[in-house]
Design a protein around this ligand. Sequence first.
Ligand SMILES: [Ca+2]
Ligand SMILES: [Ca+2]
Ligand SMILES: [Ca+2]
Length: 296
Amino acid sequence: MIETNLKRNLAIAFLLAMAALASCTKDKGAVVTPQTTVHPTTAASNAYVTTLFDFNPAPGQFINTTLADTAAAKATLKTDQGLVSLGAWGGYIVVGFDHTVMDVDGKKDFVVYGNAFALFAEPGVIWVMQDTNGNGKPDDTWYEIKGSAYYKEGYTRNYSVTYTRPACDTCSVPWKDNKGNTGVIQTNIYNVHPYFPLGIKGNTATYTGSLLPSSNINMDDPSYITSASFDYGYGDNTAGGDQIDIASAIDANGNAVSLKGIDFIKVQTGILANMGWLGEQSTEFTGAADISLLKP
Ligand SMILES: [Ca+2]
Ligand SMILES: [Ca+2]
Ligand SMILES: [Ca+2]
């Protein structure tokens, strides 16, 4: 009996030691804390993003229309009421705040607005950047916000898709990904115009980022196609906007990154899927705000 207890105690001690070792190994190097320049909040700071740095939509049914031009992209500044379509998977917008949005411990820090409604989400991956070198430009490091789809089957980092200029202006746009898959962004009768962005001069355009699973799309009833939202962490995902915690940022290796605050955000269409007569999944962006500066 004594021997059995001793063995059991030894076994428990061994397990505890292993657990301690495992957590040590996990913690070691798991949290990256880059140095940064903070642009302080002042009485004049705008709660909303104020500068458009880049707008690079992927092919899609609203591309080359007023829903996806530079004017539409600029209309998302200083408001939550703009509207710009990012096109199919990989299309993105980069905007910046006029101050650093600080990471408030234990709280959501900024909100990304889209036009999602119940059972119709078009989730976009959110990336954040702090102005590490202090030059006011998004030329530093992007960190992905780790949302709830991170653990789901079909979520793929370092994903890339190359779209090819179609044979005719209104022909479907062929794509090929870096996993050997091919497909088309299917044109439809409602949008008779070129889907391939007119701004792209070459015959191909390649986008890179993270792919979100299409598993929330339900096309069983063609007259009622639904696309349920993910639990948290994406743009154009939840009616009324998606609140994001800067503390959920991860680096290229998937390690947590401790950012004092962020200056720039990128929202990028996350799902590559055709939804029948509704066309392709394409994230919409309508604005973004620093929660700490929003009037309650
Ligand atoms: Ca926070
Ligand atoms: Ca910079
Ligand atoms: Ca949408």
